[in-house]
Ligand binder design. Structure first.
Ligand SMILES: Cc1cc2nc3c(=O)[nH]c(=O)nc-3n(C[C@H](O)[C@H](O)[C@H](O)COP(=O)(O)O)c2cc1C
Length: 143
């Protein structure tokens, strides 16, 4: 049976989206969280990639969700038996680098299989885009 796959992306300035530049999205259901609610995509697919930038307000850190995941927290906690890849861009100068990914890992790890957490400092370089593509392809092809 074909693996049902989706990628949902939260990226304000495009750095997180750019991690996918070398990635072949054929066969993936794609959801941009700025335009669309991701919940149905998460529920309907077995292999879920969540790309998220980190925008924490000062003094707020994981395990508190970043504000843009707050309304989805219950839905995230209910997901189970999914294979999950987390990726995103942050900035190393902040106290918690890519904290949104730490948050997502925390709420998803107990009931799902987290295959990869891929963090990038600001704008992804070409070699990182290729590395990310190859790592995910390996995960999918090795199933
Ligand atoms: C108000 C604000 C708060 C931020 N907080 C964090 C943070 O806590 N941790 C982090 O790694 N990056 C933080 N960043 C940096 C962004 O995550 C980074 O610029 C990232 O590349 C943006 O990705 P995007 O282009 O996909 O939106 C913050 C940026 C802003 C403007």
């Amino acid at each position: 049976m074909t693996l049902s796959k989706c990628v949902t992306i939260y990226s304000l300035k495009g750095n997180t989206s750019a991690i996918l530049d070398e990635f072949n999205l054929d066969g993936f259901d794609v959801c941009k969280m700025l335009k669309e609610d991701p919940r149905e995509h998460w529920q309907n697919h077995d292999f879920i990639m969540i790309g998220s930038a980190t925008y924490y307000k000062e003094g707020v850190t994981p395990p508190t969700p970043p504000y843009y995941f707050q309304k989805y927290e219950q839905d995230l906690l209910q997901l189970e038996n999914k294979e999950i890849v987390l990726f995103g861009s942050g900035k190393k100068e902040y106290p918690i680098f890519c904290g949104a990914l730490d948050y997502l890992y925390g709420v998803l790890k107990d009931k799902n299989d987290i295959k990869l957490v891929y963090k990038v400092d600001q704008i992804p370089r070409k070699h990182q885009k290729i590395e990310f593509r190859d790592l995910v392809e390996e995960i999918i092809n090795g199933r």
